[in-house]
Design a protein around this ligand. Structure first.
Ligand SMILES: [Zn+2]
Length: 201
């Protein structure tokens, strides 16, 4: 290979070098503010807690058991691990939304006036266990058996990730009306739940 070509290629390679890979969240810059942000059972609820290592990510909790912040942080790590395994995050859009997300946990389910099931069929007035509220906020019921892996958290994070990547959260999932959600996203959620359940969470 000509020498100039070698130099060119190494320069191109350097442009794509980054000091941090896409999946790197853990640094030694654990901020003191994280240690100060703790759930206090003696104070009124709901309380807002910062999720360590995810910059501005927060959760709003109805009690201190739903959920301890290290459990939610682990869920986010597992989600991102699986996302990058299944898809890509070259522009860090998904990582960016995880670093801004606000998760509002609830001990009660809600009724939704309208929405779509996983196959894309519309429904009206149905009990729901999660809902995306804004670009970065999601409401999530606590989950069956009080486990994050049995809640809709990962499902809602896929909606938020799709919105961050493509501008639409794809409310009809695998249906044809909105684009983004594929069977691979549904499969990824199942695997992510399985991975988190290895921690009994
Ligand atoms: Zn959905």
């Amino acid at each position: 290979m000509p020498k100039m070509m070698m130099i060119f290629l190494s320069l191109v390679a350097c442009v794509t070098c980054s000091s941090h890979g896409a999946s790197v969240f853990l640094t030694n810059e654990n901020k003191p503010i994280y240690r100060m942000s703790v759930c206090d059972p003696a104070k009124p609820f709901p309380q807002m807690i910062l999720i360590p290592f995810f910059e501005h990510a927060t959760q709003i909790v109805p009690n201190c058991q739903t959920y301890p912040k290290h459990e939610t942080a682990l869920a986010l790590f597992v989600f991102y691990h699986k996302w990058t395994e299944y898809f890509e995050d070259r522009n860090y859009a998904v990582r960016g939304v995880l670093e801004k997300v606000m998760i509002q946990w609830d001990i009660d389910k809600k009724i939704s006036k309208r929405g779509y099931n996983l196959e894309g069929e519309p429904f009206e007035d149905r009990v729901i266990i999660g809902r995306v509220e804004t670009d970065t906020m999601t409401w999530v019921w606590q989950g069956y058996d009080h486990k994050i892996s049995q809640s809709a958290l990962f499902h809602e994070l896929v909606h938020l990730s799709l919105r961050a990547k493509y501008g639409t959260a794809d409310p009809d999932h695998e249906g044809p009306k909105y684009r983004g959600w594929t069977p691979a996203h549904s499969a990824m959620i199942v695997e992510t739940k399985r991975m988190l359940s290895a921690f009994n969470l």
